[in-house]
Design a protein around this ligand. Structure first.
Ligand SMILES: C[S@@+](CC[C@H](N)C(=O)[O-])C[C@H]1O[C@@H](n2cnc3c(N)ncnc32)[C@H](O)[C@@H]1O
Length: 289
């Protein structure tokens, strides 16, 4: 296994390595839930490593690489348990794709899981402010001047999604929530989450490396907490193949689950370890207060 290093704690195991290789070393049917935000095809490159799934020349190359991960997930997830991935539809560009429009990245990810037998089980749309997106990306379709001058080129903002795929089979250790009141359930069951704060993320600045760093976009903690809340129970193993700076592992540990995470890039991995250290320090402080 090409794992550079590993940090073990009673409540987490974090690997600095390639997720396909690390997960291939995990036992079959050993993971209760997986939640992650994959590289968005070739939209952002995180490092110049050929193992970086964001370092793909084409979408086909990304999905060829991603397929190896889904195969391993299909092996390690327990029957009847879920995998949730965060994604968005991807804007195309005239230079790269020859046209301005959208690619059905969400649909392609769903198909990648269906190919390995997963059931498309659930999804929630996460609202994003089109004004913020317009200010950040200056996308032609979002500009007010486009609606005034060439309206057929205008478009809606692009939402985020949390898509959940279920491994077929009978659940052996059921997740039963006696403590989830009906009003909370109704909020979680909403097909659109309007109340996710885009800035509710772990801090990442110190994870930035010079020229090979392009982008890290930590997943909002509340999105992760809701997935973990719905589909796991305390003590369950929560796996994230794309640990980044540790958001999914952080929420898993905070909620009394056991986190397993893999990150390729050393600077992000180190930041993830620091974020989990900070959480452990907080726990210790409360325990001694
Ligand atoms: C969208 S980011 C994940 C961010 C994470 N959800 C967080 O909140 O910090 C995707 C991550 O996948 C990592 N990555 C790309 N290819 C990988 C691979 N083969 N194995 C492990 N990590 C990989 C990138 O370095 C990047 O940190």
């Amino acid at each position: 296994m090409n794992c550079i290093s590993q940090v073990d704690r009673p409540d987490s195991t974090l690997f600095n390595g390639d997720c396909v290789e690390v997960i291939a070393g995990l036992p079959e049917n050993s993971v209760d839930y997986s939640i992650f935000s994959p590289p968005f095809s070739s939209l952002y490159t995180y490092s110049n490593s050929p193992r970086d799934m964001g370092n793909s020349r084409t979408d086909a190359e990304f999905f060829e690489h991603f397929d190896h991960l889904v195969r391993e997930l299909a092996r390690v997830i327990k029957p009847g348990h879920n995998v949730s991935f965060h994604c968005m539809q991807l804007p195309t560009s005239k230079e790269r794709d020859g046209y301005i429009g959208l690619k059905d990245f969400r649909g392609d990810l769903i198909k990648a899981f269906q190919k390995h037998g997963f059931i498309y089980a659930s999804e929630v749309c996460i609202w994003k402010d089109p004004v913020t997106a317009m200010q950040r990306t200056k996308a032609l379709g979002l500009l007010h001047k486009t609606i005034r001058s060439n309206a057929t080129m205008s478009r809606q903002g692009i939402a985020d999604y949390l898509v959940t795929m279920r491994k077929p089979g009978e659940v052996m250790d059921k997740v039963e929530h006696d403590d989830l009141p009906v009003d909370e359930w109704q909020r979680l069951a909403s097909p659109v989450w309007m109340d996710i704060n885009p800035n509710d993320t772990l801090q990442f600045r110190s994870a930035r490396e010079h020229d090979d760093e392009r982008h890290i976009c930590p997943l909002q903690l509340d999105v992760i907490r809701r997935g973990i809340r719905l589909w796991t129970k305390p003590g369950d193993v929560v796996l994230t193949p794309f640990l980044g700076i540790g958001s999914e592992a952080y929420c898993a540990v905070e909620m009394g689950r056991k986190a397993v995470g893999v990150e390729l890039k050393k600077s992000y991995f180190d930041q993830a370890v620091k974020n989990l250290d900070a959480l452990a320090a907080q726990h210790d402080m409360f325990a001694t207060a």
